[in-house]
Design a protein around this ligand. Structure first.
Ligand SMILES: [Cu+2]
Length: 136
């Protein structure tokens, strides 16, 4: 009986809460420049789409892919990036990355900055997470 209740409770709660983990969140120091890049690893226990990334210091944050084309590195904006269940979504140096535009302040003076991620679940629900990034 107890075991049954626990399983039931687990099913109920796991349907309500998506668990999303954020690791190695770093934003490159902009040294007063308008544009910089950011990196992060996101792991979710359900499929998510990144709907929007917001912050107080930038009006425009995109996710870019980086690919070699005729020996030239090309960056492209990824529309509606997908995070697959239990598969790490990795933005890293030399690969896919966050592109942060029109930075309105000098990040040098801050050790940490906050970005807000808005995710869309498969059932249409939105999920909002604040993530602290190290400036370095
Ligand atoms: Cu880029």
């Amino acid at each position: 009986m107890h075991k049954f209740l626990l399983i039931l409770l687990f099913i109920i709660t796991s349907n309500v809460y998506a668990e999303v983990k954020f690791n190695n969140a770093v934003i490159k120091n902009n040294f007063g420049k308008k544009v910089t890049a950011g990196f992060i690893e996101i792991l979710s226990d359900e499929d998510l789409t990144i709907k929007k990334i917001k912050s107080e210091f930038s009006p425009k944050i995109e996710i870019h892919s980086m690919e070699m084309e005729n020996d030239v590195m090309k960056m492209r904006r990824i529309d509606s990036p997908k995070i697959l269940k239990n598969k790490p979504f990795i933005l890293k140096k030399g690969g896919n990355h966050l592109m942060i535009y029109d930075i309105g302040e000098n990040l040098d003076e801050q050790k940490k900055v906050k970005l807000n991620f808005v995710f869309l679940k498969n059932n249409g629900e939105e999920l909002s997470s604040d993530v602290e990034f190290l400036v370095q």
